[in-house]
Design a protein around this ligand. Structure first.
Ligand SMILES: *Cc1c(COP(=O)(O)O)cnc(C)c1O
Length: 502
């Protein structure tokens, strides 16, 4: 039962589904009945009404604004998702992306009318190659996972060009799920590599699995436990010696920009999540963008369209020149232009020194959290310095009846988005926290104090604070298993509404 007549709680306004607010029989706009016309749809015209709710502009706007107020956002508070780098999206980037010369162009416009856009892509490519120490970049992939696909297709093409076929891709067990999924989608057999006690991958474990049938290893560095792989160079050398390639998952690049170049570590292909490392909007504010950088050995296989170093554009595979062997095409056009503008604005406004400092501050912030929480929560790998994120597990909750999930739900009541939970899989009840460089010291301190208070409650047996959480969110705890296993994908109008529509 609600405390108020309307069901609203002051600024938190109860919002029904848009189908319950709007009505199929009404319309929000005045349009004249079209004059008689001859349908060109053949027999395919709809026979039943389309059943879209008719709403006015203010009603539509209110619906979405009200919903947005029930949600969490990077612009509302600290967003500690590990392996996700939820950093501030500087408004300068947004301003640049809205310049009409970038925002209003169309991919089918004549090339002679868009030299600035091409130059921007060229400049962005230059920054990405310089930072990673790589030869070429395919800008078009539309997310990290898409970049993985692009990089692995380039690897497959390079292997085929040598007249070889290889069937196996090695993936450490701490890997993000997209790595094995990418390899499997391309028809590779995935073989898992066990992590050591300290959360890292040993060159010995890799060597045991290497053979003439291995096409590549997909390795994330820093890895998803937030640790720099100390044997990464030796692993790269062993992989190359076996005639295989090193796909570097670059999702955690935020930790090492300006500090280490993946090219120097032996990486052959690596995606860069512009929406993680380079501050372009993420999640609901996306879209993502996942350019993939390629080593000299893989550069010839980059997909079309691509820009040559001299600025000329290769739009189709049949336009490829000497030494260019594009494996195909991933997207209709060039990718997420708006994100290129934002990412380059971020890079240029920081400069090389500023980008390096951002990485240093991100690592510092994670290690600060680690140091301030180590006595009350369990740091999974206490002996290694954390990189940009720090991994905890649920052993500090042992015997309390409280799980990682309960702990995360209690964070919601405190006004925080939960950290990444139950990933990576190498520890029990993982809590992966990435504060990023965007947070001020007072913001980090409040977050630390909140987690300390929650840990104290758990220790003192205040189980209800966790198992009943969230108590204060617009929705209480949902049945996540049921929603995943039995999703309701069709909308059935409630009975009185149905009658009214008839
Ligand atoms: C985010 C992430 C990916 C996938 O990137 P998307 O842009 O979400 O497709 C891959 N690997 C790791 C380690 C990640 O954190």
């Amino acid at each position: 039962m609600s405390d108020t007549f309307t069901g609203n709680k002051a600024l938190e306004i109860h919002e029904p589904l848009i189908f319950e607010t709007g009505h199929v029989a009404t319309t929000g706009v005045d349009v004249e009945e079209p004059a008689a016309f001859e349908s060109r749809l053949g027999g395919h015209a709809r026979k039943t009404p389309i059943d879209l709710p008719g709403l006015t502009e203010p009603e539509t706007m209110r619906h979405y604004v009200r919903l947005s107020r029930q949600n969490y956002a990077i612009d509302l508070g600290l967003y500690p998702l590990g392996s996700c780098t939820m950093k501030h999206n500087p408004r300068l980037n947004e301003k640049m992306a809205r310049l009409p010369g970038f925002a209003d162009i169309h991919p089918l416009q004549p090339l002679s009318t868009v030299p600035g856009a091409l130059e921007l892509m060229q400049e962005l490519s230059h920054w990405l190659c310089a930072m990673t120490g790589m030869t070429a970049v395919a800008l078009s992939p539309k997310a990290g996972a898409h970049g993985e696909l692009a990089g692995m297709m380039a690897i497959r093409a390079a292997i085929a060009a040598k007249g070889e076929t290889r069937h196996v891709v090695l993936v450490p067990e701490s890997a993000h799920g997209t790595n094995p999924a990418t390899a499997a989608a391309l028809g590779y057999k995935v073989e898992s590599i066990k992590a050591r006690e300290d959360g890292t991958v040993s060159v010995e474990a890799v060597k045991e699995k290497l053979s003439a049938d291995v096409a590549a290893i997909m390795l994330t560095n820093p890895n998803t436990c937030g640790l720099f792989e100390p044997e990464v160079k030796a692993i790269a050398d062993a992989v190359h010696e076996a005639g295989a390639y090193f796909y570097g998952d670059g999702a955690n690049f935020n930790a090492i920009v300006g500090k280490a170049k993946p090219g120097d570590l032996g990486v052959d292909a690596m995606h860069i999540n512009l929406h993680k490392t380079f501050s372009t909007p993420h999640g609901g504010g996306g879209p993502g963008s996942g350019p993939v950088v390629l080593s000299e050995r893989l550069a010839p296989f980059a997909p079309v369209p691509f820009l040559r170093a001299d600025g000329t554009l290769v739009e189709r595979a049949d336009e490829a020149g000497e030494g260019e062997m594009p494996f195909g095409r991933l997207t209709a056009f060039h990718g997420q232009m708006g994100m290129y503008v934002r990412a380059l604005a971020y890079m240029m406004s920081h400069g090389a020194d500023g980008l390096k400092e951002a990485s240093e501050d991100a690592v510092l912030a994670a290690n600060y959290l680690k140091a301030q929480l180590a006595d009350v929560m369990s740091v999974s790998f206490p002996d290694r310095p954390a990189m940009h994120e720090v991994l905890f597990d649920e052993s500090f909750l042992k015997g309390s009846g409280i799980t990682t999930l309960d702990f995360a739900k209690a964070m919601i009541d405190e006004g925080y988005h939960p950290m990444t939970m139950y990933f990576p899989l190498v520890v029990h009840g993982a809590m992966l926290i990435e504060p990023t460089e965007s947070e001020s010291l007072p913001s980090l301190d409040l977050f630390i104090a909140t987690l300390r208070d929650l840990a104290r409650s758990a220790r003192e047996g205040d189980t209800a604070r966790f198992t009943e959480a969230p108590r204060l969110a617009p929705r209480r705890r949902l049945d996540e298993t049921k929603s995943a296993r039995k999703p309701v994908l069709t909308y059935e109008p409630p009975a009185p509404y149905q009658e009214a529509a008839e």
